[in-house]
Design a protein around this ligand. Structure first.
Ligand SMILES: Cc1ncc(CN)c(N)n1
Length: 223
């Protein structure tokens, strides 16, 4: 018997071009082929620290929505709580990494693409945004980083040794499993969602993909 095609699978096929644009961006390509401009990496590091700080309240809001909105026999709350805990670690890692690269986090202002992405996250915190819609954004945001950085760890990659730890942070297998758990949550929710919510969730996925591309563009210096 053939496995049923999930909603996320349908979307990823339909929006493959945009999805690949987010997960195979030239910034990621430049890490993978070893040509990364270190000043671009430092820009990304400082801007992503600001993003992750704004991501925390967003993920907390998804946690609240999971508690209220899922019939949580399926353990959504635990999976998302794991994500919150990982973010605590991630913030410490950014501070350590910034120190290593001489990046002064306290003096960095968010660039326009980052501001717009953070504003988008804030809009999703609203209680009016359904759990399913917010969960789709959460899954997509985590998965884009997982796929992007895992690409830099493949056998034929020439990722500089000093950037391997960064790539491991999101590209490792257990982060991949966590992203799969998020995807299962999302597909389970989408199975029982109304057409209206499915439409909103798909539009939200597209917005995330666009913001992620803009975010990479912000850091990537074209030569
Ligand atoms: C822009 C962005 N997107 C996703 C992630 C992964 N949490 C991140 N740190 N930054």
């Amino acid at each position: 018997m053939q496995a049923k095609i999930t909603v996320t699978e349908t979307w990823l096929r339909k929006h493959r071009h945009l999805y690949d644009g987010a997960t195979r961006h030239p910034f990621i390509g430049s890490i993978r082929d070893g040509n990364i401009d270190i000043s671009a990496f430092k820009t990304w590091l400082g801007q992503d620290y600001i993003f992750v700080r704004a991501f925390v309240p967003f993920v907390a809001s998804v946690l609240t929505k999971a508690y209220k909105g899922s019939d949580d026999g399926n353990g959504d709350v635990e999976v998302i709580l794991g994500g919150v805990a990982a973010l605590h670690d991630e913030i410490s890692w950014f501070k350590k990494e910034a120190f290593k690269w001489g990046v002064q986090l306290s003096s960095i202002a968010p660039q326009k693409a980052n501001q717009e992405y953070c504003r988008f996250l804030e809009s999703l915190i609203s209680p009016e945004v359904e759990y399913t819609v917010a969960a789709v954004a959460f899954w997509a945001i985590e998965t884009i980083y997982q796929e992007s950085f895992a690409h830099c760890l493949e056998d034929d990659s020439k990722t500089p040794p000093e950037l391997k730890e960064t790539c491991q942070r999101w590209g490792n297998e257990s982060f991949g499993e966590y992203c799969n758990s998020l995807r299962n949550i999302v597909d389970r929710q989408l199975e029982k969602a109304s057409d209206d919510v499915i439409t909103k969730a798909e539009a939200t996925l597209l917005r995330v993909l666009e913001h992620e591309v803009d975010f990479w563009n912000m850091s990537h210096r074209r030569t």
